[in-house]
Design a protein around this ligand. Structure first.
Ligand SMILES: [Mn+2]
Length: 358
């Protein structure tokens, strides 16, 4: 197993590369979408984007990331002794009509295919994505973790319908006509997903890129009047079953899976790692289940993280684990302290489990 670190776009600089390396990371998972353009989300202390029904702000313009741009970032990452393991998330501007089954769907799916080819050409092995209309939603901040550390939680579901011009928490069209996203069935959502996966996976396979699906966060059947794709552990199998390609894998989020009302996070970890379908892991802990849960420090939640690592070791998982989000600690650098705490735990736990006999 390898230890990775996740960085947002505005963190792609010397200070953060050094910080990741100092925390023990060998690999990086990078977000290239700017989620922090909204005035309420302060980049200086950007733990994770939050924001209520109005979302996270505007999308980019929809241009795909070029090979040149990716190689430039990669060279910088490599110069700090780190490997670029994955990009996380599409900009909604690139594929909103793929999600919404809108008029620009065929144009956008071709763009997305080119993006995947670019990522392959730049030598980035994994692309993580979240096939979701409402995106991450219904969560709010509070002093939920040990000692009153600020983290996020959920207490009931946001039922505000998504306005026209918004998808996945971001505004792609400011001039959209008044109105809201129409309610569709789960079957309709799965059929949109099927179109996406059947178009993309052959391209990804040829490009040498692994597509990795994140489950719905929070994992509720319906959020903001939109159906969700993967909100129970067994639903991941349906994602996998669309194609046996080794390019069709999971961005396995332990926190989200533990929040699900059915199944068991240990069984799910065993089941999917046995099939070699986990591309990388979001290693975070929580207390509770939807619709009432809190994100907490990695050592204080419902999940026994050592047990998870032992299962992964037993099934020869050799991918990357990253800390996902963590509570923020009271000091002058709350994000850094939270991340360093999680990474310290992960370094120690990996060492311990590595040296144990199975
Ligand atoms: Mn996650």
């Amino acid at each position: 197993m390898k230890l990775g670190f996740g960085l947002y776009r505005h963190m792609l600089d010397e200070e953060h590369f050094r910080f990741a390396k100092q925390c023990g990371a060998t690999h990086l998972v990078v977000h290239l979408v700017d989620y922090f353009s909204h005035e309420k989300n302060n980049k200086e202390n950007a733990n994770q984007p939050i924001g209520e029904s109005e979302g996270w702000g505007k999308t980019g313009k929809g241009e795909i990331w070029s090979v040149e741009e990716l190689l430039k970032i990669k060279a910088k990452i490599n110069s700090y002794g780190l490997e670029w393991h994955a990009i996380e998330n599409f900009d909604p501007a690139m594929w909103y009509d793929v999600l919404l089954d809108g008029p620009r769907k065929s144009e956008q799916i071709e763009n997305v295919k080119q993006l995947i080819r670019n990522i392959g050409e730049a030598g980035i092995p994994v692309f993580g994505y979240n096939f979701s209309l409402a995106g991450v939603s219904s969560r709010f901040q509070g002093k939920f973790a040990r000692g009153g550390a600020i983290s996020v939680g959920m207490d009931g579901v946001d039922e505000t319908p998504v306005p026209n011009g918004m998808v996945w928490n971001m505004i792609y069209d400011e001039n959209a006509p008044q109105g809201t996203m129409p309610l569709i069935s789960h079957e309709e959502l799965w059929s949109r997903f099927q179109f996406f996966i059947e178009q993309i996976i052959p391209v990804a396979e040829e490009a040498g890129v692994i597509m990795a699906a994140h489950p719905d966060d929070p994992p509720m059947p319906v959020v903001r009047n939109t159906p969700r794709l993967v909100y129970q552990p067994h639903m991941y199998q349906k994602v996998i079953d669309y194609t046996g390609s080794p390019s069709n894998k999971l961005e396995f989020c332990l926190g989200t899976i533990a929040e699900m009302t059915e199944g068991d996070v240990y069984e799910a970890t065993d089941f999917y790692s046995k099939q070699n379908r986990i591309a990388y892991i979001h290693f975070r802990n929580i207390i509770g289940k939807v619709p009432h849960y809190k994100e907490v420090f990695v050592d204080e939640g419902d999940v026994d993280m050592y047990k998870i690592l032992r299962i992964l070791k037993k099934n020869n998982f050799n991918g990357v684990i990253i800390p996902d989000h963590t509570p923020q600690m009271d000091c002058s650098a709350p994000w850094h302290a939270g991340m360093a705490f999680a990474m310290g735990f992960m370094v120690a736990a990996l060492k311990q489990v590595d040296q144990e006999k199975v």
